[in-house]
Structure formats: structure tokens, C-alpha cells
Design a binder for this molecule. Structure first.
Ligand code: CMC
Length: 428
């Protein structure tokens, strides 16, 4: 394949370099395009634009492949742990035993949050959405851990990364406890990462929470599946914010905002709500009809993806985990699971979905699983964010070690009014 291509504008030919990746499509390097041609490129929604060079994650949307640092998601979710995957994403290689011991004990030693942070929660209305609280408290970490906020110091970057991976689950569990009016549960270093999170969410002073191994293992898988997904909306938002050299806690806080929307991380909540709304297998045809109607804005939540034009590989792992959890908890006759299985079967054989290559994505089965584990729908996106924090941090750190990193500042196609004179209010 050629390492250059040409474009002709107004009869003048310009040469553009073509850069190759290790796998996946090459890119036409347009960095000097404006300087050389006086034109911008136009790509709302970034459907054809690579916003950066990255070594962290690779998706082949046509084949339905997802790799973290070259390892298939299926292998990682089967053989690894979330903390090991977090290490892999951030450092680039799987840890040796010694490296893992050092990393996981450092994470354990950072799980507590400054006691003053508790007061933040009291400022929120009871019943607030836990993600709404997370937007505030994650950003507020900047006010407590200023000693690791210098983005130009690699040591401080390392400390703030570990702090976030350790403290975000604690903050998430506190948001949950506050939203249901229960006392906060402190982290307990006797547990591993996922068990500790379950304990902080479900333990109460009057009764200890008994860790169910199947549930803890499923959470481990769910966290691994959600840990990274290359330049998705929230990761791109984190990168964009971080490009201004703002402190790491502030950069990650905006990832929470971007993730919350129903077209991104909020889809698992939307998918479960949709299954509840469908209510019965017999109502499925009516909802399939609505999803296909261009005049109806109803969509099958948990279906379709910007990049995957094949079955989302995460959805397959999630589907298996869902069956395991429901079986272990004696809920395999769950009505919502029946609706989901039937809905998937019908949609996968329907011309509309087949032609548009709309397959179940990770969110289709994650909601049913999390719900069976005892999490309310509002917590689904929070759990997604806890896992994705490791991916955001990996990208944030990669940016800082990339010499070509500069302030992200997109351009625009201006289609507004041309220059005009101000008119006094009485004359308008
Ligand atoms: N149900 C019905 N029709 C759909 C759906 C759906 N879930 N998704 C896409 N379509 C149709 C859409 O109407 C459009 O049809 P037409 O070409 O006739 O206008 C066509 O498929 C292409 O859709 P699009 O919105 O242009 O595609 P996109 O790449 O911008 O959207 C998406 C991707 C994920 C926003 C979209 O598929 C969607 O809204 N899905 C439901 C929400 C969801 O499950 N989101 C979770 C994504 S996975 C988690 C994550 O990584 O964040």
C-alpha cells in the first residue's frame, strides 16, 4: 500500500502522507492540510477521523474483535482479573507476579477517601441519581489530592492514577449508599477489588454481606469487559479535557459526564427499562415494529454500535455471565431474561436489523445481570464508569507520553450569518 495519496482542489494537486497502523485501516495524515491547502476537513461525529495514535485497544467492528494491548477480550475475561487488566491497559504489558503484588497492594492502600469527602454527599438530595453525585465527587478529588495533580510530573501521574482506580469504587459505593439512605461502608482490605466493591455496596452494620463467588467472578468479568473501548465518546472527552493540561481528577470527571448518556454508558439502564416496558414476550412484535418505524423515535436499546457491524464480542461474554449469575442465584426463569432472549432471536432474523447490521451490544445483557446481582438500574452506568476509569487513565497517561500531544482544538464549517451591524433594541 502506498504511503501517500493525492487530493485535487481547484485544479491544484496536493500530496498527503498515509500512515499505517499495526492492524486496522491506515490513516491519511491531514495535520498540515490547512497549512498547505487553506481548507479544513469536515467530519461531524468523527466517523472517519482518527483523533490520535494509540497502542491501547483495537476493535475490528466488521469481524467483532476486541483486543486490549493485543490480547483478545474473550481470553482476558476468562483468565485474568480486573486489576491485572487495569495494569495491562495502563502499563502496556501483563504484570509479573512481583509487579502485580506491588500494584494491587498499592491500590488496596489507596481505597479510603479523605473523611471530609463524606460531607459532600450530604449536600445532595436523597434519591439523587448516583451518577449525578459521581460527577461532583470525582471532580472534587482535585480539592483533596493536590499533591498528585501535576500532570507534568510522571511520579505524580502514577500516584493519581492509582488513587483514582482505588478510590472511584469507594466513591461509587458511597453514592449508592447515600441514594438509598444507608450508612457508608468503609473499604475492607481483606477482600479483593470486586469483592470489596460488593461489600461496600451491600453490607450493612446490622448484617454482614456474604460474598457469592459466582457474583464476584461475574463482576470481575463485567469490569474487564467495560475497562476500555478505544476512542469512544467518554475516552475522547477525557483526552480532550486532558489536552488542556488540567489536573487528572478533573479530566476523568468529564469522562463520567460523557458516559452517562443513554447512547453510551447509560444504554444498559435504558436496555433494562425497555425490557420492563415490553413486559411480556407477546408484546415483542409491537416493539420491533416501532423500532423499525422511521417516524417513531423508539430504538431497541442494547442494539447497534457505531463500530461493531457484527456481534459485539463483549455481548457474547456478557450473555454467558448473565446465564451463570441467574442460575447461581436461582433466577433462571427471570421474565426479563426470557424477553431478552426472544427479542434477540427475533431481531437477529429480521431484515431491518440484518441489513443495518444491528447486533446486541454489551448493554443488552449487562442490565439483567446487574439487576439480578442486586444493583438498581441507576447504578448500572456507575459500575460501567468504575471499570472504564482504568481505560480513561490509560489513555490519559498515553497522551502525556506522546510527544505529538497538543491542545485539542477542532475547527468548524461556519454556516452562520456573515458580518452585520448591531441594531439598537428599539429598531429590531
Ligand atoms: N434500534 C433501531 N434502529 C437502529 C438502532 C436501534 N438500536 N440503532 C441504529 N438504528 C438504525 C438507525 O435508525 C439508522 O437507520 P437509518 O439509516 O434508516 O436512519 C441506522 O440504524 C444507523 O443508525 P445511526 O444512529 O446512524 O448509527 P450510529 O452509528 O450513529 O449509532 C448507536 C450507534 C449505538 C448510537 C445506535 O445504534 C443506538 O442508538 N443504539 C441504541 C443505544 C445503545 O444500545 N447504545 C450502546 C452502545 S454500546 C455501549 C458503548 O460502547 O457505549
Amino acid at each position: 500500500m502506498s504511503d501517500k495519496c493525492f487530493i485535487e482542489i481547484d485544479g491544484k494537486k496536493y500530496e498527503l502522507p498515509v500512515k499505517k497502523g499495526t492492524i486496522g485501516p491506515s490513516v491519511v495524515d491531514v495535520r498540515d492540510f490547512y497549512k498547505n491547502t487553506g481548507h479544513f476537513t469536515f467530519d461531524p461525529g468523527f466517523t472517519s477521523t482518527a483523533s490520535c495514535q494509540s497502542n491501547i485497544c483495537f476493535i475490528d467492528g466488521d469481524k467483532g474483535t476486541l483486543l486490549y494491548r493485543g490480547y483478545e477480550i474473550e481470553q482476558l475475561s476468562e483468565k485474568s482479573s480486573f486489576l491485572e487488566v487495569a495494569y495491562l491497559l495502563i502499563k502496556g504489558e501483563l504484570p509479573t507476579k512481583d509487579q502485580f503484588t506491588e500494584f494491587s497492594s498499592a491500590i488496596k492502600n489507596h481505597t479510603m477517601v479523605h473523611e471530609q469527602i463524606r460531607s459532600f454527599y450530604n449536600g445532595f438530595r436523597r434519591g439523587s441519581h448516583p451518577m449525578a453525585m459521581m460527577l461532583g465527587v470525582v471532580g472534587a478529588l482535585s480539592a483533596f489530592y493536590a499533591d498528585s495533580a501535576n500532570v507534568n510530573d510522571p511520579k505524580e501521574r502514577e500516584i493519581s492514577s492509582r488513587r483514582m482506580i482505588a478510590k472511584v469504587p469507594t466513591l461509587a459505593a458511597m453514592a449508592y449508599k447515600y441514594s438509598i439512605g444507608q450508612p457508608f461502608v468503609y473499604p475492607d482490605n481483606e477482600f479483593n477489588y470486586c469483592e470489596n466493591f460488593l461489600n461496600m455496596c451491600f453490607s450493612v452494620p446490622a448484617q454482614k454481606y456474604k460474598i457469592n463467588k459466582v457474583v464476584a467472578n461475574a463482576l470481575e468479568k463485567i469490569f474487564i469487559l467495560h475497562a476500555d473501548h478505544e476512542q469512544n465518546a467518554s475516552t475522547s472527552t477525557v483526552r480532550l479535557a486532558a489536552s488542556s493540561a488540567v489536573n487528572p481528577f478533573a479530566s476523568v470527571a468529564v469522562g463520567f459526564s460523557a458516559l452517562w448518556g443513554p447512547l453510551h454508558g447509560g444504554a444498559n439502564e435504558a436496555a433494562l427499562n425497555m425490557l420492563k416496558k415490553i413486559g411480556s414476550v407477546k408484546n415483542i412484535p409491537e416493539y420491533i415494529k416501532r423500532a423499525k418505524d422511521p417516524n417513531d423515535n423508539f430504538r431497541l436499546m442494547g442494539f447497534g454500535h457505531r463500530v461493531y457491524k457484527n456481534y459485539d464480542p463483549r455481548a457474547k461474554v456478557m450473555q454467558k455471565a448473565c446465564h451463570e449469575v441467574l442460575e447461581a442465584l436461582g433466577k433462571k426463569d427471570d421474565e426479563l431474561l426470557k424477553i431478552a432472549i426472544e427479542l434477540e432471536k427475533i431481531a437477529l432474523n429480521d431484515d431491518y436489523f440484518v441489513q443495518k447490521k444491528l447486533y446486541p451490544n454489551i448493554d443488552f445483557y449487562s442490565g439483567i445481570t446487574l439487576s439480578a446481582m442486586g444493583f438498581p438500574t441507576e447504578m448500572f452506568v456507575v459500575l460501567f464508569a468504575v471499570a472504564r476509569t482504568s481505560g480513561w487513565i490509560a489513555h490519559w497517561k498515553e497522551m502525556y507520553s506522546d510527544p505529538s500531544n497538543k491542545l485539542n482544538r477542532p475547527r468548524q464549517l461556519y454556516a452562520g450569518s456573515t458580518k452585520r451591524d448591531f441594531l439598537d433594541i428599539n429598531k429590531r
